[in-house]
Design a protein around this ligand. Structure first.
Ligand code: GLY
Length: 411
């Protein structure tokens, strides 16, 4: 605790002394990471008691409700709830949390043996079975993850060099041409893991190809990203860059950019190729430069009704988590301090002003899922909670001198 206080004070001092662009959310000496994690344990423990029947997985809560809406294992968000339970088990090391995490993880097992519905298999299986394996080393989990990676690989199109994100007719995507969405970057982690743990170089090559082709086609000159790129499925030629969940084809959709920041940080970690580090820093910089003072983005940076529109706490949580890792990877000391400070600042703000205590049993309020479709606007959403808990754990580990991806407890 003493170290934590000194660390935070030091970070604040550095900010002032370097004369760098000051974060308006001062990192407080009193920010108590354990208390925020304990709060998430308490909320999640209440939510667990509400789950109605086997197979139901919490996804979201509307702003005028206390009731979770549940999905089954096929939903793209199904891995976040078990993943969050694994993280909370990592925090408190209590057997009953391992039992709950395992129970919800098991619901997703069919994904490893059925044809791919879409690219989200990484979000689903890596967050659930992947975290479970990291913490328990259960060989059966490993088998599920390896099988799922092979399933995800069936969506890779070598003519294009990326994974087909939505293998179906989605409006404006010119089906049967090939679409790839920015969110898909996150699912490469499953391929990298399976390549390393299943001795399959082809999966590594697919992940690298996907990252390269996306880097080439998914970004504008200022490093903001398109949500979707549509390619000719036979020639690999880029047909167009468009949005699906953002405000417009030329806007910076907050969560899309957060996936880019998190994704290229992870690709650098997995490959150690400096071009990905450089790119992660560039896609991060434009996001940080355009953030509002409190470090929590509006749902789209170019939404015309800012500031009278909704925020996206989920994007903030994703970026907080990514920045805490990026702070340990960058070679630039000033950037390391900025990433650590901003990542921590985002967590301070989420903890102070976005927690859903006394309102519902999620951890956070105010995320935006799919604004153009009028869906999940200003909701509590499970992936915001997942990345919030992940980021808090990463900060706790940094404060304790532990690598961000290590397990807090020995198995
Ligand atoms: N499509 C995943 C997301 O909403 O970020």
């Amino acid at each position: 605790m003493k170290l934590q206080i000194l660390g935070a004070f030091f970070v604040t001092l550095l900010m002032v002394n370097c004369g760098k662009k000051k974060s308006e959310v001062a990192v407080e000496a009193s920010f108590d990471v354990d208390a925020q994690l304990a709060y998430c344990v308490e909320q999640t423990s209440k939510a667990l008691k509400l789950v109605p029947a086997e197979g139901n997985i919490p996804r979201n809560i509307a702003p005028d409700s206390k009731e979770w809406r549940y999905v089954d294992y096929k939903d793209w968000t199904s891995g976040f709830w078990p993943g969050e339970l694994w993280y909370l088990y990592e925090f408190n090391n209590e057997k009953e949390w391992e039992v709950s995490a395992d129970k919800f993880t098991e619901y997703l097992r069919p994904l490893s043996v059925t044809p791919a519905l879409d690219h989200d298999l990484g979000f689903q299986v890596y967050n659930s079975f992947g975290n479970g394996y990291r913490l328990t080393k259960n060989p059966d989990y490993k088998d599920v993850i390896l099988k799922t990676a092979d399933t995800l690989a069936t969506l890779f199109n070598p003519n294009v060099g990326t994974i087909l994100s939505w293998p179906r007719d989605v409006p404006n995507m010119e089906w049967p041409q090939h679409n790839t969405i920015m969110d898909n970057m996150i699912n490469l982690e499953l391929l990298f893991w399976a390549s390393k743990n299943g001795d399959n170089k082809a999966l590594y090559d697919m992940a690298v190809s996907h990252a390269d082709v996306t880097m080439e086609n998914h970004f504008r000159p200022d490093y903001t990203s398109y949500h979707v790129v549509v390619y000719d499925k036979d020639t690999g030629e880029k047909i167009k860059g468009v949005t699906h969940q953002g405000y417009s084809d030329s806007s910076m959709w907050a969560r899309g950019q957060s996936w880019a920041i998190y994704g290229y940080t992870m690709v650098y970690r997995e490959t150690k190729d400096p071009k990905y580090l450089d790119f992660a820093q560039k896609v991060t910089q434009v996001y940080l430069d355009r953030l509002p003072e409190d470090l929590i983005p509006y749902w789209d940076f170019d939404a015309p009704d800012i500031p009278n529109t909704t925020r996206d706490a989920s994007a903030a949580a994703v970026v907080a988590s990514a920045l805490l890792e990026l702070s340990t990877l960058t070679k630039d000391e000033n950037l390391a301090k900025e990433y650590r400070n901003k990542g921590e600042g985002m967590l301070v703000e989420l903890s102070k002003n976005y927690q859903s205590k006394d309102i519902n049993t999620a951890c956070l309020l105010h995320s935006t899922g799919h604004a153009p479709a009028g869906s999940e606007i200003d909701y509590s959403i499970v992936y915001a909670d997942y990345y919030y808990v992940e980021a808090l754990l990463r900060l706790k580990k940094l404060n304790e001198g532990i690598p961000v991806l290590a397990a807090l407890h020995k198995i």
